[in-house]
Design a protein around this ligand. Structure first.
Ligand code: SAM
Length: 225
């Protein structure tokens, strides 16, 4: 079994958003996806499920930051809201490690950083867990048209996160990429699960790494219907 796992790891492409989307596309096109990749995905799903179950209370709500980078925003948020459970996720392991060091230095026991792809994280959440607020700060804009399918904010993703959000749960979105902002605005205006409330003041602010570099940015808030 250990030998098989090693072989899978050697042959399979890296687990990232692009390779995952390509595997799903291949499945839809009826080209058999790489079995080694699928085996690695299944292993990853189960280890993530166990990690999340260990970190989070099985029921109750938490603040979720998607693509937390180095964890500046959520660490500062958790410092001022120590009673709340907070989880930041990112696919970049190095960023998650650095975020976790910040959290450990601050001694914030209800804050966790997890290396995870957003859709996989949703899949493995305990059935009774949900979001009290969702933050997406400077998500990758994938500017080329042929890469738009890799953008996280899509109608289906909005539907999936809405299943874990109670009525009134806010979604905070911010980007420095104007075309992505326009698309997000349109998606949220038309989406049956979310009501866009425009550019409202946010309950908490801290300039992230990407915000500090951005010459300008736009924000919007939507709430679960
Ligand atoms: C442009 S950076 C922004 C980081 C941070 N939010 C900031 O404002 O400084 C986007 C982050 O999202 C992460 N990311 C991209 N796609 C993701 C996905 N599908 N699931 C989880 N994290 C993702 C990247 O690894 C990266 O750290």
């Amino acid at each position: 079994m250990a030998k098989k796992t090693e072989e899978n790891q050697r042959r399979a492409p890296p687990l990232n958003l692009q390779s995952m989307t390509e595997a799903i596309d291949a499945e839809l096109d009826s080209n058999a996806p790489d079995p080694a990749y699928l085996a690695r995905m299944a292993e990853r799903r189960e280890s993530l499920r166990a990690e999340v179950a260990r970190l989070l209370p099985p029921r109750g709500h938490f603040v979720w930051e998607i693509g937390c980078g180095h964890g500046h925003f959520l660490t500062a948020y958790a410092e001022t809201h120590p009673e709340e459970h907070c989880v930041g996720i990112d696919i970049n392991l190095d960023r998650v490690r650095r975020a976790t060091k910040k959290r450990d230095r601050a001694g914030l026991h209800r804050l966790h950083f997890v290396r995870a792809e957003a859709r996989l994280f949703l899949e493995v959440l305990p059935p009774a867990a949900g979001f009290s607020a969702i933050y997406m700060l400077f998500p990758d804009p994938w500017p080329k048209k042929r890469h738009h399918k890799y953008r996280l904010l899509q109608a289906e993703f909005l539907h999936d996160i809405a299943q874990r959000a109670g009525q009134g749960t806010p979604l905070f979105f911010r980007t420095d990429h104007a075309p992505y902002f326009t698309e997000a605005e349109m998606l949220l205006r038309q989406h049956p699960d979310w009501r866009s409330v425009g550019d409202q003041p946010w309950p908490f602010e801290l300039a992230t790494v990407f915000q500090q570099k951005a010459p300008s940015f736009q924000s919007l808030v939507a709430v679960r219907r």
